[in-house]
Ligand binder design. Structure first.
Ligand code: RIB
Ligand code: CA
Length: 312
């Protein structure tokens, strides 16, 4: 059967790293290349972290291209408190052999879409949507060839993680998210609510991953900062893995428990609800849906997918 052809756009911090390692080990997937964007860390550090992850994954080695360093309008905030200053737990991870490929990630994305038949490439985004928005503005007809975009982003049908209503990937560049949400290609947002509560990795599951071998140990250890943060928040080690949830929903749809079509509107107004995504559940707007919102996973199916792809 033909493999899913993917471009993965990432702000590679530690949960991105786990998701990328999972995708590199999924036999039904061909990752054409990675593009990086600033978010957790700047796009250059995100590229270095992606290369490190590819080396640890030990399978094939798609090129990694840097994309946009700056957001469309917003100042960069980074998420060092969550992922560490280097985005990978500040444990000194660095690529030993691989190098960042020459060329701009946004232009490489457009080149690939131009060279492939329409509907053959999917884009999975794990960070801010800046690269995607710029590509849509640069070459809308080319971007309409995308089969679909699966984005880790929005608060889903729940609460935000950087404000009561906003999730980080949207909030860091809501103007970009507005462009992408209103563009008109098939779009699935995997919300923050899909990766919390019983979908979080508990202490036993973390130990199972860590003890399973070098890749599982890397996937856990690079999330060290998040684990420390969660011990303060929840009083126990646990991992809310937003990007692995999005990757699982994109590559293993059997783990999706709730995913419905809604008209969504991104709030770009300065103020307390900036970066929130209004999900028009009761059709107040009368407008046609423009996105799917995946808000819940079949937890054991999801966790089994993490374990099976990471060899745990
Ligand atoms: O809100 C969680 C998202 O923001 C994840 O993708 C995490 O890596 C950060 O990018
Ligand atoms: Ca991310």
């Amino acid at each position: 059967m033909k493999k899913q052809q993917l471009i993965i756009d990432t702000d590679c911090g530690s949960d991105d790293a786990m998701a990328i390692a999972m995708a590199l080990h999924d036999p039904g997937v061909e990752i054409l290349f990675f593009t990086t964007v600033s978010g957790n860390v700047d796009c250059h550090q995100a590229a270095l972290n992606t290369l490190t992850t590819i080396e640890y994954a030990g399978t094939y080695e798609p090129p990694v291209y840097e994309g946009c360093r700056d957001m469309l309008l917003r100042e960069l905030v980074f998420a060092h408190e969550t992922h560490g200053n280097d985005g990978m737990g500040d444990l000194g991870y660095a690529p030993k052999r691989l190098q960042i490929a020459p060329g701009n990630g946004v232009l490489k994305m457009l080149e690939a879409l131009d060279a492939h038949e329409a509907g053959s490439i999917e884009i999975v985004t794990l960070g801010t949507l800046t690269n995607i928005a710029v590509a849509m503005r640069l070459a809308p007809d080319t971007m309409r060839k995308v089969k679909r975009i699966v984005a880790m982003g929005t608060a889903g049908l729940g609460f935000g993680n950087v404000s009561p209503v906003a999730e980080f990937n949207i909030w860091q560049d809501a103007e970009a998210a507005k462009i992408v949400t209103e563009f008109g290609v098939p779009l699935t947002y995997v919300g923050w609510d899909a990766c919390i509560d019983d979908a979080m990795l508990n202490e036993d599951e973390i130990n199972r991953l860590r003890d399973s071998g070098p890749l599982g140990k890397f996937a856990v250890d690079c999330n060290r900062q998040l684990m420390l943060l969660n011990e303060q928040r929840f009083g126990r080690p646990c991992l809310d893995m937003a990007d692995p949830a999005a990757m699982a929903a994109a590559l293993h749809p059997a783990c999706i428990a709730q995913c419905d079509d809604y008209y969504c509107e991104v709030d770009t107004c300065p103020g307390p609800s900036y970066g929130g995504v209004l999900v028009d559940i009761y059709h107040f707007s009368g407008k046609q849906p423009n996105a799917k919102i995946c808000s819940k996973l079949h937890v054991q199916e999801y966790k089994n997918y993490i374990f099976s792809t990471l060899g745990a």
